[in-house]
Write a new protein. Structure first.
Length: 150
């Protein structure tokens, strides 16, 4: 059963691009934008990350901290962060543990072929660690994601 609005998010989120464990409790007093995306350095994922980067100060001023999650490795995340100058953490969910817990790992299809992959989804988590809002895959606008959050 995937996490829903009103559920408490887990404290341990995973390991970031530097191999450091990230916890919700590390961001006490902040709202969290936890966004799940399919793959580093792809067009949609780059557009989404760059929109969040370009509006990062505005998000921080509104009390948010941004954390991205994909099944890519920490090394891939380091390259993506460096290439796109991203100011926020990316979690390397290589075993899809966090994605499965949040219900963002699921069946996708492309050209009639079905496969398992990351469903682009954003969770807004309040200061108490409760999921306040979910922006679902069909709703996420990669090039204007900040406006959807704010």
């Amino acid at each position: 059963m995937a996490l829903q609005v009103g559920d408490k998010a887990p404290d341990v989120l995973g390991v970031n691009q530097e191999g450091k464990e990230l916890r919700l409790s590390d961001f006490k007093g902040k709202k969290i934008v936890l966004y799940f995306y399919p793959k580093d350095n792809t067009s949609g994922c780059t557009a989404q990350a760059c929109n969040l980067r370009d509006n990062y100060t505005e998000l921080r001023n509104a009390g948010y901290e941004v954390i991205g999650v994909s099944p890519d490795s920490a090394k891939s995340h380091q390259g993506f962060i460096s290439k796109q100058n991203l100011p926020f953490n990316l979690i390397a969910d290589t075993e899809t543990t966090l994605s499965q817990l949040f219900g963002t790992w699921g069946e996708k299809s492309m050209y009639g072929r079905k496969y398992m992959g990351m469903l682009r989804t954003t969770f807004i988590i309040n200061e108490e660690g409760i999921i306040e809002r979910i922006i679902t895959p069909k709703v996420v606008k990669t090039s204007d994601h900040t406006a959807q959050i704010l």
